[in-house]
Design a protein around this ligand. Structure first.
Ligand code: NDP
Ligand code: GDR
Length: 361
């Protein structure tokens, strides 16, 4: 039985990857940060009581800022594969916490690679690095492929640039089987609530059920290549099953604006949006009722923005046979439907006197 160690197992991708690897017959070990709440909501369905027999899923306390902890965990687990998904992954937040982001996303990568090397596991342990389309930043060409130059536009992307190159360097210096997956945005019902897609689908559901008045957004013109997280974790695994280590772009090859995402999400619940005004005064209005449902809040603008991302995933299609399965429309639909269910649950709880989450950023 192969063993995988996943950092960031409590995040969106960690949850999908853990489920996928368990289905492939792996023993899965996840690194979980200590938090004042359980923080395991996304992986509850995978949890196995460690006191039982035949357990294939294990959680260990750890943090990418703590080398001694990482060395001990890698030594204890002796993984065949490490998937480094842990990161302060919010681009806007990285402008507020640049040093922490650099420490976790940049140096954290180095710490895991060093753990493999210090323990002499170069021959045994394969390594996946969660690299990102944010590396392209101010794009030099359209679409972006493995050969497109990088130009990071945030502390997050600058930290991930270091992580990308240190992964390449450890492959070249120590013959480590280490791959960068340059993943374009991927979403799902498990997406964090403050990323734009989930923020939109959650608001659409709550507006539809009369639990929220307004959706406040930043840059509606940003264009993203949005795929489905469930498809993308399969690509991560495929990279580590090859004869040689390499770096791959993972993308759908389609790009859509935030504005389009908003329109489609509202249409899914039967609301047609009309746009009026421009710049910070642009609003999204319900065509049927004339009610304003979307406004701009400049608080969500970034000091430097990534305006357009569109991936060219020909290499992974050709070499590894990977293709995305879920369409953009289907992705928006499953996210809205999941958020409608959650909103209904919240409404029921509210009717029984429970306090509802108000935080909405
Ligand atoms: P999430 O933000 O959903 O999950 C991040 C995970 O990292 C969480 O489990 C989080 O723990 C953990 N984490 C954060 N800081 C630390 C730390 N210091 N030590 C240990 N664990 C930590 O991200 P996604 O699942 O969306 O993304 C996975 C990875 O892929 C990230 O590295 C991200 O930067 C990268 N990426 C994501 C893309 C996307 O579109 N989703 C695209 C390209 C790259 P906790 O739950 O406790 O917060
Ligand atoms: P991104 O994702 O920055 O691409 O990083 P996000 O969903 O945060 O932003 C996408 C685009 O939408 C614009 N936007 C808003 N974004 C947020 N979060 N909130 C808003 O209210 C809002 N309004 C407009 C943004 O300006 C941006 O242009 C994600 C993360 O998962 C990274 O970890 C990952 O590396 C990249 O995708 C690929």
């Amino acid at each position: 039985m192969k063993k995988a160690l996943i950092s960031g197992i409590t995040g969106q991708d960690g949850a999908y990857l853990a489920e996928f690897l368990l289905q492939q017959g792996y023993e899965v070990h996840g690194i979980k940060r200590r938090a004042s709440l359980f923080n395991t909501e996304r992986i509850e369905h995978l949890y196995q009581d460690p006191h039982q027999q035949n357990v294939h899923f294990f959680l260990h306390y750890g943090d990418l800022t703590d080398s001694t902890n990482l060395i001990r965990l890698v030594q204890q687990v002796q993984p065949d594969e490490i998937y480094n998904l842990a990161a302060q992954s919010h681009v806007k937040v990285s402008f507020d916490t640049p040093e922490y982001t650099a420490n976790t996303d940049g140096l954290g990568t180095l710490r895991l690679l060093e753990a493999i090397r210090i323990l002499g596991l170069e021959e045994k342990t394969r390594y996946y690095q969660a690299s990102t389309s944010e590396l392209y930043g101010q794009v030099a060409e359209i679409p972006q492929s493995e050969t497109t130059p990088f130009y990071p536009r945030s502390p997050y992307a600058a930290a991930k640039l270091y992580a990308y190159w240190i992964t390449v360097n450890y492959r070249e210096s120590y013959n480590l089987f280490a791959c960068n997956g340059i993943l374009f945005n991927h979403e799902s019902p498990l997406r964090g609530e403050t990323f734009v897609t989930r923020k939109i689908t959650r608001a659409v559901a709550r507006i539809k059920l009369g639990m929220q008045e307004m959706l406040y957004l930043g840059n509606l013109n940003a264009l993203r290549d949005w795929g489905y997280a469930g498809d993308y974790v399969r690509a991560m695994w495929l990279m580590l099953q090859q004869d040689t280590a390499d770096d791959y772009v993972v993308a759908t090859g389609e790009t859509h604006s935030v504005r389009e995402f908003v329109e489609l999400a509202f249409r899914t619940v039967g609301i047609d949006i009309n746009w009026s005004g421009s710049g910070v005064d642009e609003t999204g209005v319900d065509k049927a009722t004339g009610k304003t449902l979307v406004r701009i809040d400049p608080r969500y603008f970034r000091p430097t923005e990534v305006e357009l991302l569109l991936g060219n995933a020909e290499k992974i299609k050709e070499k590894l046979g990977w293709q995305p399965q879920m369409s953009f429309t289907e992705l928006v639909r499953i996210m809205v439907e999941a958020d409608l269910k959650l909103a209904e649950k919240d409404r029921l709880c509210a009717s029984q006197g429970f306090v509802l989450p108000q935080y909405n950023d």
